[in-house]
Design a protein around this ligand. Structure first.
Ligand code: FE2
Ligand code: FE2
Length: 195
């Protein structure tokens, strides 16, 4: 397998070793005890937790519907605004990272530059996943007006797209945190010019 394939978001199991030197120095379970966690680092983590939570809510909503715990109209009413919120906020979050933060971080620590390139590439992969998610979600919402078979197929399509998206997102969020949070702890918001 080539390096590029190993780094592909859906196959990756974590950051490559050569990008983990700060992550080794600042293990995840010690982050909250560090003084520099207060500020951007925790804002970042909270934002990511919101995306994780929303991803879980969307996944839960579709299983509730498929297992007969909600009606079609009840599901659609709950689901559509949350999906729109999720998709819109995620897109906005990625844009700020690509255009503002990643270039600042890569300049501050050139040894991690390739890591930010990987994350930037992830955003494109996730963007494609978001589009698939939105398409299958809309098809499903549309199918709610049709017969049970159409609804079931559309629900399966959406559930597949959603499962892939949530898995990609989980991987991306964890790797991004392993790259960024240790760097913020090492330099501080002021040192990086983001505070
Ligand atoms: Fe990101
Ligand atoms: Fe992020």
């Amino acid at each position: 397998m080539t390096d590029k394939l190993i780094l592909e978001l859906e196959r990756r199991t974590g950051l490559p070793d050569d990008l983990r030197f700060l992550a080794e120095k600042y293990p995840r379970d010690e982050w909250q005890a560090h003084a520099n966690i207060h500020g951007m680092a925790n804002m970042w983590l909270q934002r990511h937790d919101m995306f994780r939570e929303l991803g879980g809510i969307l996944t839960g909503a579709i299983s509730d519907y498929r297992e007969g715990r909600t009606t079609a109209p009840g599901f659609a009413k709950f689901f559509a605004p949350r999906l729109n919120f999720f998709l819109g906020n995620l897109d906005g979050h990625h844009n700020v990272e690509d255009q503002h933060y990643f270039p600042v971080f890569a300049r501050a620590e050139p040894r991690l530059k390739r890591g930010f390139e990987i994350l930037d590439l992830d955003h494109h992969t996730i963007h494609d996943g978001l589009e698939r998610n939105a398409e299958t979600a809309n098809a499903f919402l549309e199918a709610l007006k049709q017969d049970a078979d159409k609804q079931r197929f559309a629900a399966d399509d959406y559930a597949d797209a959603n499962t892939r998206l949530v898995a990609m997102l989980d991987r991306h969020l964890a790797d991004e945190e392993d790259l960024i949070i240790p760097l913020i702890l090492e330099r501080g918001d002021r040192g990086l010019g983001i505070g």
